[in-house]
Structure formats: structure tokens, C-alpha cells
Design a protein around this ligand. Structure first.
Ligand SMILES: [Zn+2]
Ligand SMILES: [Zn+2]
Length: 294
């Protein structure tokens, strides 16, 4: 019995691929029938294929997903978050390997394992909501604007998607991810934080980034990770500095960036005053006039 949701999600990822195949097979049976009503059932099934494919990918990143995002079901929204964790999450690519050698004249012999094919964020955005529009009875406004059903267009879209999804699901390898993890204890709550840092500069990927913002799942702390020399990962606390406004104090208070929102109350350790982040009104720099204001 798995009680942890992250563990459960990771375990289910293989099942989602099987589910995607089942939904695609059913969609195809509906497309074979030359009747408008069946197209809508095919649209529903194709949407389920898209969902299952994204849930399968999400299973690779359960440890990187914030707790608040674990329940997201909308595929585009979920994939958007996955892409922040791993910019390769929706990329297809050939998986190949070669034997390493110290010999400088060695010519590596690459062996291909096959291609891992992924549905892209663009494909989800282009199709998921567009198909959803056919799953509801059109409102009077839609009917008046003639934004009802166009069965011919729907069939063209579904036929194309069925071919594309078949191509994705027939790939020999799937769910392959390059993981290069970094672990440290959260300075605020002590929880162990482990994240994929393969996207950081100097790593093994082409689409590397300069920094990764990593959020603790158990508290408001967040960290800025950058690549150092060699394999070193430099971790900085993601803080904002708040200057105590009490006269004759001016102490700098450091607050986690994620916590520094309207209404936050903090006690200044220097003068013991309780401060609150509130809305304020400023006169813009260089925009002050000498006119009188009544
Ligand atoms: Zn923490
Ligand atoms: Zn103070």
C-alpha cells in the first residue's frame, strides 16, 4: 500500500501509457463510423490520450513538483510546470549510447535504442481546448455567431491527431530522462530537497540555463542554484531584504522571497517592532511638482 502521493504518481506512470493506448484505440473505432455523433466521442477519447501522456511524463518529476501542483489535471497547465523543472520534458529525441575510451583516436560507435517521442506543449495548446469545444451543447451566443459545430473540420483534426498519437505511442523507448540531481537540507525547516539540475549550464544538455529556482515543498524557502566549477552546484538562499522603517533602527531583515507578500508580519530582531508589508503610495522619482494640492 502506497500512502505517499509522489510515490503513487511515479508508480502509475506506466499505467498511463497503457491507458493512452486504450483511449486511442477507442477513438479510432469511433472515427471508423461515418456519423457526426461518433466524432464527439472520438474527441473525448483523444483528449484523454493527451491527458494520459502528460500524466505519464509528470510521473518522472514527482519529487520536483510543489505539493500544490500535484493535483493539476489540465494537461497544458501541468506540462507548463514540468517544462520549468525540465525544459526537455516535451522534446522527442533519439536515445543512443557509445562505449567510452581513453584512446584519443577512438571513434565512438553509437548504438541507437530508438526514439522517445513526446507530445509538445504547442500540440496540447492547439488541440485540447479546441476539442473540448465539441463536448458541450453550443450556447445560444455560439449558435448565433455560427460558432457551433463544424463536423468536417473536427474529422480532419481528429484524423491527423490519431496518426500523430499513434506515432508517439508506437515509439520503442519512452519516458527516458537525463537526471543529474543535487540534494541539500532546507535551511528553514530542515527537509531534504532533491532536484534535477541537468538543465544547469555546464551540464550534459544543449538547452542549458543559468539558474534554477528550487522551492522547498514543506515551507516557504526557495533557493537559487547555479553551476560552479566542475560538478559543483552553488546554492543561494532566495531572499529579499526589508529595511526596518523604525526611526534610528534601519536594520536589514531577510525574508524568503516566496513569503514576502502583502500582509506578511515580521518582527525586527534589532528593535523588536512588528512590521507588516502593506500597500503604500509613493511620489515617483523626478515627477514631484511644486503645485499645491488640495
Ligand atoms: Zn523548507
Ligand atoms: Zn527595527
Amino acid at each position: 500500500m502506497v500512502s505517499d502521493i509522489r510515490e503513487f504518481m511515479a508508480k502509475k506512470k506506466g499505467r498511463y501509457r497503457a491507458l493512452a493506448r486504450e483511449h486511442l484505440a477507442f477513438a479510432k473505432t469511433q472515427l471508423e463510423i461515418d456519423r457526426e455523433g461518433n466524432l464527439y466521442y472520438a474527441a473525448l477519447e483523444i483528449r484523454k490520450v493527451l491527458e494520459a501522456l502528460i500524466y505519464q511524463i509528470a510521473g518522472n518529476y514527482t519529487n520536483d513538483l510543489p505539493k500544490s501542483d500535484l493535483g493539476i489535471w489540465q494537461p497544458a497547465k501541468l506540462l507548463n510546470i514540468l517544462l520549468k523543472i525540465d525544459p526537455m520534458a516535451d522534446r522527442s529525441g533519439e536515445i543512443r549510447f557509445a562505449r567510452e575510451s581513453d584512446d584519443p583516436d577512438h571513434v565512438p560507435q553509437w548504438n541507437s535504442l530508438g526514439e522517445d517521442r513526446r507530445v509538445t506543449l504547442t500540440e496540447i495548446k492547439r488541440n485540447y481546448d479546441a476539442l473540448g469545444a465539441y463536448l458541450h451543447t453550443p450556447t445560444a451566443v455560439q449558435l448565433m455567431k455560427n460558432k457551433g459545430r463544424d463536423a468536417k473540420r473536427l474529422r480532419v483534426r481528429l484524423d491527423k491527431l490519431a496518426v500523430r498519437l499513434e506515432e508517439i505511442l508506437s515509439a520503442k523507448v519512452h519516458n527516458f530522462i537525463m537526471k543529474n540531481t543535487s540534494s541539500f537540507d532546507c535551511a528553514e525547516c530542515g527537509a531534504r530537497i532533491t532536484r534535477n539540475v541537468a538543465a544547469l549550464k555546464g551540464g550534459i544538455r544543449e538547452d542549458e540555463c543559468d539558474e534554477l529556482i528550487v522551492e522547498c515543498f514543506d515551507c516557504d524557502a526557495s533557493y537559487r542554484l547555479t553551476a560552479g566549477a566542475g560538478d559543483e552546484i552553488i546554492m543561494d538562499e532566495d531572499l529579499v531584504d526589508i529595511k526596518c522603517p523604525v526611526e534610528n533602527c534601519g536594520n536589514m531583515i531577510h525574508v524568503w522571497k516566496r513569503r514576502a507578500t502583502l500582509g506578511l508580519r515580521v518582527q525586527c530582531p534589532e528593535c523588536d517592532s512588528v512590521l507588516q508589508i502593506a500597500m503604500g503610495i509613493l511620489v515617483e522619482e523626478n515627477q514631484r511638482t511644486n503645485k499645491s494640492c488640495e
